[in-house]
Ligand binder design. Structure first.
Ligand code: C5P
Ligand code: MG
Length: 197
């Protein structure tokens, strides 16, 4: 990482809200590096010999949150390995444990620019994830039972984190119910405003 602290944008919102889709758009237009905590956890789960594989899979199926020591270390490693200094951190911090662990390990090392909050109803989340599952996402948690649990975790554990960042004035709320192109238009306006490029 360069002398200047890396810029970080957290990307939060319910399952299927479009975080990954829009992060891909932001990467193309603004040159950020996209790090999805869920993707990094799935990768670690699939790594032969990982001591955390079973634990991660249990959490993923149950829609519960993996202990932050694991997730935060995966994120820090990916940041260092990228040798870049602008990061979209998608699906993190998702709980008090996530947030406090990040503060301890990374808080002073980065410049947290803002938190994107992809807002839509639970029904839209469910519809999109089931559609993704049917289209062959191959995810073990894009089914109705896991989804119920993921949404519960989102409401109980992630919403309070979003409220916390809101109270710090860091949240940029995005209407995630709209079609992909319109959501990205909204994101472009936000980038213009706070000039995070
Ligand atoms: O963000 P995504 O939907 O890919 O996350 C899938 C699952 O990965 C979550 O439901 C959760 O079990 C796990 N996860 C986690 N901690 C995070 C992000 C994801 O435990 N910060
Ligand atoms: Mg995702």
């Amino acid at each position: 990482m360069s002398a200047e602290k890396p810029k970080v944008i957290f990307v939060l919102g319910g399952p299927g809200a479009g975080k990954g889709t829009q992060c891909a758009n932001i990467v193309k237009t603004y040159g950020y590096v996209h790090l999805s905590a869920g993707d990094l956890l799935r990768q670690e789960r699939n790594t032969e010999g990982s001591e955390y594989g079973d634990l991660i899979e249990t959490h993923i199926k149950n829609g519960t949150i993996v202990p932050v020591e694991i997730t935060c270390s995966l994120l820090e490693r990916a940041m260092i390995e990228s040798s870049k200094n602008k990061f979209l951190i998608d699906g993190f911090p998702r709980s008090k444990d996530n947030m406090e662990g990040w503060e301890r390990q990374m808080g002073s090392k980065v410049n947290l620019r803002c938190v994107f909050f992809f807002d839509c109803t639970d029904q839209i989340c469910v519809d999109r994830c089931l559609k993704r599952g049917l289209a062959g996402s191959g995810r073990t948690d894009d089914n109705e039972e896991s989804l119920r649990k993921r949404l519960l975790t989102y409401q109980r554990e992630t919403m309070p984190i979003i409220m916390h960042y809101e109270s710090l004035g860091l949240v940029r709320k995005i209407d995630a119910a709209k079609p992909e192109e319109e959501v990205f238009e909204e994101i472009k306006v936000i980038f213009k405003e706070f000039d995070a490029e």
